[in-house]
Design a protein around this ligand. Structure first.
Ligand SMILES: [Zn+2]
Length: 345
């Protein structure tokens, strides 16, 4: 192959035109191979044939070929740098956060209706000077029955009513009254507490019975605390809970092993507000709690002198209140975890 100066000039011009059209690094690599490829590169061929030139030609054509080589190497390097910068710019543009783009909606949840009710009840009692305390759901026979003056042969202890655990003497508490005992063992009167929590009964479930439900236990002990105080506290509680000042409370005689005297607590039906409806069985009243004066034996069991101290205790069934309040006709819905149900509250 014989080369001349025009060839070098031609290579430079052609390469410059091609470079201008290149838009990717792959295409640039193809172009590099076209001129500098080991086997078929156009400039490689020129450089390789320099050895066949005369000494005179080497001076002129050799220098021109070498300059073409430098020119091309430089142009390719500059083009490569420009392409890298363009790519980077493109990437940054794509990654830029568009603050006007619509966001992904975060689903907002809310508290379970029973949890809402418990929170509200605790707020009301706290405002009346009651402390909120808690106790374990897995309880001992002593705290659930013995210390509460429940006789050894009481039917409530039977397998039909109580979930006994495999550990000897352990059970799922059947009432929140166990928290009273735990609290009185470690505190000296006077005191007033409420203990909300879940309790368990080994019963067949239906629309009005569940194996688990919520109670709110109350206890107030002092020098001269009476059943009249219990009535006043419960009346204020229900009036505030149901946001109705006309709600009244009435006591009916009853029996519990841990109180003496004992009463059933009725409140004005908060479905019909005394007008008599199907929910209150046309009586105008709803039975929502049990109460009484703490039995002297219970006080003695925790080392409190019943001649010096006295007080009342009550247990409110929270599920019934929630059901009447929200118009829920099946208690099992409370624990089913069905979102279609829960979303309504
Ligand atoms: Zn009613």
């Amino acid at each position: 192959m014989h080369i001349d100066l025009k060839q070098c000039e031609h290579i430079q011009k052609e390469a410059a035109l091609e470079l201008a059209r290149i838009a990717s690094r792959e295409a640039l690599e193809q172009l590099r191979l076209k001129y500098f490829g080991r086997k078929e590169g156009a400039l490689t061929a020129v450089l390789r044939s320099l050895k066949d030139l005369s000494e005179e030609e080497k001076k002129t054509i050799g220098r021109a070929a070498h300059e073409t080589k430098l020119y091309l190497e430089d142009a390719l390097a500059k083009k490569e740098q420009a392409l890298i910068e363009a790519e980077l710019h493109d990437q940054q543009r794509k990654e830029k956060i568009d603050v006007t783009a619509p966001g992904t909606r975060v689903l907002e949840g809310h508290l379970h209706p029973l949890t809402q009710l418990i929170a509200k009840a605790c707020d009301i009692f706290t405002a009346m000077g009651f402390a909120v305390v808690e106790g374990p759901e897995a309880e001992t026979e002593r705290y659930n029955f013995d210390a509460l003056n429940v006789p050894k042969d009481h039917p409530a202890r039977d397998m039909q009513d109580t979930f006994w655990l495999e550990a000897p003497g352990m059970l799922l508490r059947t009432q929140t009254s166990s928290v009273q005992i735990r609290y009185m063992e470690t505190h000296q009167p006077p005191f007033r507490i409420v203990a909300p929590g879940r309790v368990f009964r080994n019963e067949a479930t239906d629309a009005t019975h569940e194996a688990q439900f919520y109670q709110l236990e109350g206890l107030m002990v002092g020098k001269d605390v009476s059943l009249a105080n219990a009535k006043a506290v419960l009346e204020v509680f229900f009036q505030r809970l149901l946001a109705n000042k006309k709600i009244a409370v009435r006591f009916r005689p009853s029996y519990f092993p841990f109180t003496e005297p004992s009463v059933e607590v009725d409140v004005t039906c908060f479905k019909c507000f005394g007008k008599k409806c199907a929910v209150c069985k046309r009586t105008g009243w709803l039975e929502v709690a049990g109460a009484g004066m703490v039995h002297p034996t219970v006080l003695a069991n925790v080392g409190i002198d019943a001649r010096e101290w006295q007080g009342f205790a009550f247990g409110v069934g929270l599920d019934r209140i929630a059901m009447v309040r929200y118009g829920i006709d099946d208690i099992r819905l409370m624990y089913g975890g069905d979102m279609r149900f829960l979303k309504q509250f």
